[in-house]
Ligand binder design. Structure first.
Ligand SMILES: [Zn+2]
Length: 307
């Protein structure tokens, strides 16, 4: 807990974008404390750098896209969740195209890549965004609220009108190891009819049973089946973690989401950041010699909810 981290070394991976169908190569590189996560479109001349923060989100349809000056990087959410899962606060992300590879549709290959590179502790404290008062965004039957909590938690209520996908509800208390094991491997999913419609419209070009769970009328079409009985809601929680990292700080708060997606997650982060009376930035750690000393998570002037 509590000191900023970056990568020990650089690491590279290649794959196709689920929407573009194009192959891109991504290199994650160490970055100094205070850098945050910064994407660099290295295929453009000159290269364009885009900070992975909510203010740079330009599109939330199907995936989360960040951009600056017309240059964009889409489908950042699974990689962002993997970086959060490994406690990486600072990294440069070089990418030679406009979409992060989908890999197997989950964040597990990114977690594995980050673990190959290794994680290094820096000497500056991590700043947490501590939620002090609830913030809610709602739109029709979609709603997402964040309330004060001692931990980063997500409770997700997923409802689909489809016989093959039961309603799923799950609560997660975020910790790096637990998230990497139980949420990072959950794959993205789509309904067959929807996937066919997207493809007809030039989207989901790279989508296949190799990188998504596809649900037909009678159930899951993937021959290998599911990785978790409730893989769908686990993936929704993974997406929410990825989208919430765009707040720019790890969050201590409890997200309660009903039918939320990238758009609602982004609206929540934007609303939260705008409501400066509802949160504050807090540091919890210090360094003594080579040792990291964690300071207990006690914020004196906050009345914690049970969240
Ligand atoms: Zn996703």
């Amino acid at each position: 807990m509590a000191l900023q981290k970056t990568l020990k070394d650089k690491v590279t991976f290649t794959g196709i974008g689920v929407h573009s169908g194009r192959e891109t190569t991504v290199t994650l590189r160490p970055a100094e404390a205070g850098t945050g996560i910064v994407f660099h479109r290295v295929d453009l001349a000159p290269a364009v750098s885009i900070e992975a923060i909510a203010a740079n989100v330009v599109n939330t349809r199907l995936s989360t896209t960040i951009g600056r000056g017309g240059a964009t990087v889409s489908t950042v959410e699974h990689l962002m969740a993997a970086l959060a899962s490994c406690g990486v606060d600072n990294a440069h992300v070089d990418i030679d195209g406009a979409e992060v590879p989908i890999m197997d549709g989950s964040a597990a290959p990114f977690v594995a890549a980050i673990r190959r590179a290794g994680v290094k502790i820096l000497s500056r404290p991590k700043k947490y965004l501590v939620v002090k008062k609830p913030v809610t965004v709602a739109d029709g039957d979609k709603k997402v609220t964040i309330i004060p909590s001692r931990y980063f938690r997500i409770s997700f209520d997923m409802r689909f009108n489809h016989p093959a996908v039961a309603n799923q509800y799950l609560t997660m208390r975020f910790d790096e190891e637990g998230f990497a094991a139980a949420f990072a491997p959950a794959r993205t999913f789509g309904f067959l009819a929807e996937v066919e419609m997207l493809k007809a419209n030039g989207l989901a070009r790279g989508g296949s049973l190799e990188n998504a769970i596809v649900i037909g009328d009678d159930g899951v079409l993937n021959p290998e089946g599911l990785r978790f009985a409730d893989e769908f809601v686990r993936h929704k929680i993974l997406d929410t973690v990825g989208d919430l990292t765009l707040a720019g700080y790890p969050i201590l708060g409890h997200v309660k989401a009903t039918r939320s997606g990238h758009d609602m997650n982004h609206r929540l982060v934007t609303e939260l950041l705008a409501r400066t009376d509802c949160w504050k930035l807090v540091e919890f750690g210090e360094r003594k010699g080579d040792q990291e000393v964690a300071i207990p998570l006690v914020v004196p002037d906050l009345a914690w909810s049970k969240g």
